[in-house]
Design a protein around this ligand. Structure first.
Ligand code: MLT
Length: 386
């Protein structure tokens, strides 16, 4: 007998598929109370690991750093990193007037004819190996920071990215690299149903190649309700800082939150579709803010908001999740580390999330249903006369 997993009620229609199980995700899970887990391990456990170690765990389900399998994986990333020269040439002709996310979407499409092997598992590794150089070229070009230094994958995945990025404001390179590493490993994957991942898998279900599928997923990530929330949130922290200055106390912040909500204004950086506790990624970024930049004005504003807003928000019974999400602190920590360029925050999110989406595409195309793969996505819409 077929097991009933979920009853579909009328209220569930036109609700963004919220809570509908549509398949399996083998790489990560978002538990409402316990937060994000990669391959069954809480994301906190990965907070101090190298990107290669975390990626290998997402790829293979094993957290190892000296096994032959791990060494082969690192070797493959190095071997596959060199970018076809045409990719760089074409990226550097894209319109600089566009938001950099549009350039990332275009860059993935440009990669297809030069880089695609048209085998999902191969292209998963290829794109992960090459994307740091693509993003570094794209940002340096868009920002007008000049020629990108030659890639040196031997430095390590994110160290190489930081070496290629010609950001001019870095005071402490070690802290900058550390913040970039943390941001990167925390954004790899977030279950199977976040919008960009779902869209990438849906497009791949029509057998579009890895690069086109990821370009589609980056269109989904660009929206301010999804990946661009980090950029929006930094603008919000800056607005609050302008209003209250550096010396604001917790009580003054609480009063400001109430005033804002009473005026019908939004509070960015709080709440999540699935989570019902503080997002562990937010907790880890807050800890990094407290550790490295306790006196940075935007970090301070973010920490005060995190302390006071949940209390005020939870007074509203309609708010299911009053806690900080990943976007609250990510922009202020990046800014404090020497990357105060909000237009590129979503691109950094994309650089990371491509890892999880690419791996989930491999699962759906090559491993699901005993290796047959999932069929083309084709949900049913009920006809309703207008
Ligand atoms: C994410 O990391 O993708 C966001 O938290 C959004 C989501 O999970 O739906």
């Amino acid at each position: 007998m077929t097991k009933v997993i979920f009853e579909i009620t009328e209220e569930a229609l036109e609700s963004g598929l919220r809570g509908f199980p549509v398949g399996y995700c083998t790489t990560s899970k978002v538990d409402p109370e316990l937060g994000l887990h990669y391959r069954g391990k809480a994301v906190r456990e990965f907070a101090h690991f190298k990107p290669e170690e975390v990626m290998y765990c997402i790829m293979e389900g094993k957290l190892e750093n000296s096994s032959p399998g791990f060494k082969t994986f690192c070797g493959e990333l190095e071997k596959r990193a060199p970018l076809h020269p045409k990719v760089k040439e074409h990226i550097c002709k894209l319109p600089r007037e566009s938001h950099p996310m549009k350039l990332l979407i275009a860059a993935l499409t440009i990669m297809s004819p030069f880089e695609a092997e048209n085998k999902y598992p191969e292209d998963c590794l290829n794109v992960i190996a090459k994307i740091p150089e693509v993003v570094a070229i794209l940002i340096n070009y868009h920002a007008g920071w000049g020629e990108t230094p030659p890639s040196n994958p031997k430095l390590g995945y994110m160290e190489n990215f930081c070496h290629m990025l010609r950001t001019p404001n870095v005071q402490d390179k070690k802290v900058f690299n550390e913040v970039m590493r943390l941001f990167n490993v925390l954004h790899y994957d977030h279950g199977g149903g976040n919008l960009s991942t779902f869209v990438g898998k849906a497009v791949a279900s029509g057998h579009e190649d890895m690069y086109g599928s990821l370009a589609a997923s980056m269109c989904a990530l660009e929206g301010p309700l999804h990946g661009k929330a980090n950029q929006v949130c930094l603008a919000f922290l800056q607005e609050i800082h302008k209003e209250v200055g550096d010396k604001v106390t917790g009580d003054q912040m609480e009063a400001l939150i109430r005033k804002r909500l009473d005026a019908g204004k939004l509070l960015y950086g709080f709440g999540h579709a699935v989570l019902r506790k503080e997002d562990t990624r937010a907790t880890l970024l807050c800890e990094a803010g407290e550790k490295y930049f306790p006196n940075h004005p935007l970090v301070r504003i973010g920490l005060l908001l995190r302390e006071r807003a949940p209390k005020v928000l939870s007074e509203n019974p309609k708010i299911q999740d009053p806690y900080a999400n990943v976007d609250l602190m990510s922009g202020s920590v990046l800014s404090a580390a020497g990357f105060p360029y909000p237009d590129y925050f979503t691109v950094l999110f994309g650089l990371s999330r491509i890892v999880g989406i690419a791996r989930q595409i491999v699962y759906e195309r090559c491993e699901a249903r005993g290796g047959k793969g999932t069929p083309i996505i084709r949900p049913k819409y009920l006809y309703k006369s207008a």
